[in-house]
Design a protein around this ligand. Structure first.
Ligand code: NAD
Ligand code: MG
Ligand code: MG
Ligand code: MG
Ligand code: MG
Ligand code: MG
Length: 325
């Protein structure tokens, strides 16, 4: 992998060993890179990383002699970690990397002029980034450069992406574009949009007196089957595969569910991401100790849909070692 040459001989540090952290670390380590993980003293991940054969140091020590530092703690923890452990230890000309542009774009972290700043955002959850790599494939990555004092920050970002994602593909972006599209996608479509859509469908059927188990299969379980077809072959091939009855219903009903009003709301959601309102509200929430989020989590964990889902998964995945969901 000649594209990785720019990282060879450099000391690489990954801060954090969570979802993305373990994936970046283990993928690059498997490719023979010299890598250290930086963690808080007493971190639960410490032992886990050492068990995987990774060098672990406390964050300030891991940053001190590093050429490239990839920052993979939760976004809301990054500003304090940066202030207390990273800022004064970063050497001049070091490359500071992120997997999401939030803190740089919203200026919660303003890096010193003496460092390079880049992004490698793998397009997949961390555990998938690792699993797919272990199977010999990779996920595509977005890359961006925010600050380039050494003149080769793009090469460093591309090399990191090629390592973590096994050269599957790089899409160039900016911190602004990645931050705003990532937040919009997860809120309006992937997480917020999809879960509320499944929930509303399930509730409609159950309230009308249908069997919750049947409702769960129709509105939740089968989502994966349809999405897998879209993922692998696109919309047209998915529609080819479903019955004509389903395809006709798709065309006539889809636009009654996602209406002009929904699209208008999407624009407002995007506006609040662009003007920083969402970022402000999220940071306020973290400062309450996640009061709202904790309430939502317990509401959902006690819900009918989860109760039925748990039963259905036991049936569907009986005898299989792995939870496919
Ligand atoms: P995570 O919550 O899985 O991992 C957190 C890691 O940071 C853990 O090792 C934990 O020990 C450490 N940590 C937690 N709080 C800390 C603190 N206060 N101080 C120091 N260390 C702390 O994080 P993640 O979901 O992997 O996200 C990391 C970055 O990757 C974020 O910028 C996120 O937006 C981005 N990202 C994540 C995913 C994903 O799949 N989860 C996908 C794309 C981008
Ligand atoms: Mg989480
Ligand atoms: Mg995303
Ligand atoms: Mg995100
Ligand atoms: Mg059906
Ligand atoms: Mg068909």
């Amino acid at each position: 992998m000649t594209e990785l040459k720019v990282l060879e001989g450099k000391k690489l540090t990954v801060i954090g060993y969570g979802s993305q952290g373990h994936a970046h670390t283990l993928n690059l380590k498997d490719l023979g890179m010299d890598l250290t993980v930086g963690l808080r003293e007493g971190s639960k991940s410490w032992e886990e990383a050492e068990k995987a054969g990774v060098k672990v140091k406390k964050i300030s020590e891991a940053v001190k002699d590093a050429d490239v530092v990839m920052f993979l703690t939760p976004d809301e923890a990054q500003p304090a970690v940066y202030e207390n452990h990273v800022k004064d230890n970063l050497k001049e000309g070091a490359y500071l990397g992120f997997a999401h542009g939030f803190n740089i774009h919203y200026k919660k972290i303003v890096p010193a002029g003496k460092v390079n700043v880049f992004m490698v955002a793998p397009k997949g959850p961390g555990h998938m980034v690792r699993e797919i790599f272990e199977k010999g494939h990779g996920v595509p990555c977005l890359t961006a450069v925010y600050q380039d004092i050494s003149g080769d920050t793009k090469e460093v970002a591309d090399a990191w992406a090629n390592g973590v994602g096994r050269k599957v593909g790089i899409i160039e972006t900016t911190f602004k574009e990645e931050t705003e599209t990532d937040l919009f996608g997860e809120q309006a479509v992937l997480c917020g949009g999809v879960t509320e859509l499944m929930q509303a469908g399930f509730d409609t059927l159950v309230e009308a007196g249908y069997n919750p188990e049947v409702a769960y299969f129709e509105c939740v379980h089968e989502m994966k089957l349809i999405i897998d077809m879209v993922y692998e072959k696109g919309f047209a091939k998915m529609r080819d595969s479903i019955s004509n009855t389903a395809e006709y219903g798709d065309y006539v009903t889809g636009k009654k569910i996602i209406t002009d009003k929904t699209r208008e709301t999407m624009k407002q959601v995007l506006g609040d991401i662009q003007n920083g309102q969402f970022a402000k509200e999220f940071i306020d929430e973290t400062e309450t100790g996640y009061k709202f989020m904790k309430g939502e989590r317990s509401k959902y964990s006690d819900s009918k849909i989860e109760e039925v889902g748990s039963k259905m998964r036991q049936m569907v995945f009986k005898g299989s070692a792995k939870n496919h969901m």
